[in-house]
Design a protein around this ligand. Structure first.
Ligand code: NAD
Ligand code: G6P
Ligand code: MN
Length: 442
């Protein structure tokens, strides 16, 4: 098997060590000759990179390692760009969450005004990565999970239509892992699913085991009373109290359409007031992450570097991130694996905008994804998706045309925002807060 060269863009991410450990665990499935880290914040990346260098020396000394903030060095001679950047970092996530809450509007990383604000920052950052890749390694593929994936995917579709970029989200994967626990099965790979929607905005319509047995009735019986909450072990990504609440709240989202099983993120659109009521405007998820995951990961990295050894380290393999290896393998070895990806609709959902970026099952091979048709969708979901996709498209148009008017329309159209007046006030405050990151609007 060919050995691959990978650049991780956003080398300083809290997820980088878990992903590196996961890549090292999967070397028999995806052989690697070189790993590079790229970030535009040298100091932050150094903390993670110096520890990861030691991890690699211990586990796979044959892999070449390089950390850099120079795009040419980073993007030359690579097969895959694994991208997880956060433009504006947690400081700006905190603003995205806290500013809307001042107006009693949902304050969330990827949904509502927070997601729009993050989108206006991310578009430029991700487009820049695409351009570096095309310049220095034109045959490479970008596996992107930088958020907000819905807006980022629409931006690359529109502004870089030829780019070899695959947009993927781990939420359906995490939920399917919970489903497997609810069902008492072993692995997510035992499931064959049908699903449609937008990113962080979708529904399962069918879940079968490999023999073709319908698993929806058993799942629905559980979800009706408990959402996706299960007694699960306390390791992994989605284990904080706030995530537990999210999995429980699925029960209320499910009640709105008992024919399907919903993505967790729909709660922000179906029950925005409930989310505002339970939020602490002084201490949001960004604070929880800075005090939790960021402190832990960076603390462990510093320890590893100080000791020049990983002995006693509590950094964990990000097991659920092995979907990234599955995706890279699908491209590299033409495996034809069936995966949920965010792709241009082009008729896959028959009664929906052909140019929308939708999240649906695809067969992935050497030429990229082949979407699986999902037929016609019901009026309820179609109505919601029409509104949400218009928000996402308006944000990309606002960024491209530097249009304040379109941004105001996007905010007004979001189900999470009550009216045009609040949308306007919110917009003015978000413009102020993002002056270092957004293009200047006219
Ligand atoms: P983080 O802030 O710890 O890491 C992001 C890194 O990106 C930082 O080191 C930052 O300096 C760097 N960065 C910012 N702008 C950059 C640019 N223009 N060029 C290069 N590097 C840049 O954030 P995190 O919490 O670890 O999350 C990282 C990203 O992964 C976020 O976008 C997050 O939303 C996303 N994420 C996505 C999924 C998914 O399902 N798609 C799952 C988890 C996390
Ligand atoms: C899920 C979503 C990601 C999102 C993450 C946030 O995994 O799919 O898109 O970035 O949750 O998690 P956090 O722990 O940073 O709040
Ligand atoms: Mn996601």
């Amino acid at each position: 098997m060919k050995k691959h060269s990978i650049v991780i863009a956003g080398g300083g991410s809290t997820f980088t060590p878990g992903i590196v450990l996961m890549l090292l665990e999967n070397l028999d499935r995806l052989p690697i000759r070189q790993i590079k880290f790229y970030d535009n914040d040298k100091e932050r990346q150094d903390i993670v990179a110096d520890a990861c260098e030691i991890i690699m020396k211990e586990k796979a000394p044959e892999i070449q390692f390089l950390k850099t903030t120079d795009p040419k060095e980073a993007f030359t001679d690579v097969d895959f760009v694994m991208a997880h950047i956060r433009v504006g970092k947690y400081k700006m996530r905190e603003m995205d969450e806290k500013i809307p809450l001042k107006y009693d509007v949902v304050g969330q990383e990827t949904c509502g005004p927070g997601g729009i604000s993050y989108g206006m920052r991310s578009i430029g950052g991700v487009i820049e990565l695409v351009d570096y890749m095309e310049k220095y390694s034109p045959d490479a593929w970008m596996l992107n999970y930088s958020n907000p994936a819905a807006i980022v995917a629409e931006a690359t579709r529109k502004l870089r239509p030829q780019a070899k970029i695959l947009n993927i989200c781990d939420m359906p994967i995490a939920i399917e892992n919970l489903m497997v626990k609810i069902l008492g099965l072993k692995s997510r790979k035992d499931l064959t699913v049908r699903y449609y929607g937008l990113n962080h905005f979708g529904w399962w319509t069918s879940i079968m085991d490999k023999e073709g047995h319908d698993l929806m009735p058993k799942l629905k019986a559980h979800v009706k009373d408990n959402g996706y909450a299960v007694d699960f072990d306390e390791s992994g990504q989605h284990v904080d109290e706030s995530w537990k609440h999210t999995f429980e709240k699925v029960k209320d989202v499910y009640a709105l359409d008992p024919d399907t099983l919903p993505n967790t993120y729909l709660k922000y659109y179906m029950y925005p007031q409930d989310e505002v009521a339970k939020a602490n405007p002084e201490y949001t998820r960004a604070n929880e992450v800075m005090d939790g995951r960021e402190k832990h990961v960076f603390g462990e990295c510093k320890k590893i570097t100080a000791n020049q050894s990983t002995e006693g380290s509590t950094l964990e393999i990000d097991e659920h991130a092995s979907y990234i290896v599955d995706l890279a393998r699908a491209i590299a070895y033409n495996t034809g694996e069936r995966m949920l990806l965010i792709v241009e609709n082009k008729g896959a959902i028959a009664n929906f905008d052909d140019t929308a970026m939708v999240e649906i099952p695809c067969i992935v091979g050497a030429n990229g994804p082949e979407p699986i048709t999902q037929g016609e969708i019901p009026r309820f979901q179609k109505g919601l998706m029409e509104q949400q996709v218009a928000v996402e498209k308006l944000v990309v148009e606002a960024w491209e045309e530097r249009s304040r008017q379109k941004l105001w329309q996007a905010l007004t159209l979001s189900r999470t925002v009550p009216n045009g007046r609040v949308a306007k006030e919110l917009m003015e405050e978000l413009i102020e807060a993002n002056n270092m990151f957004w293009p200047e609007l006219n």
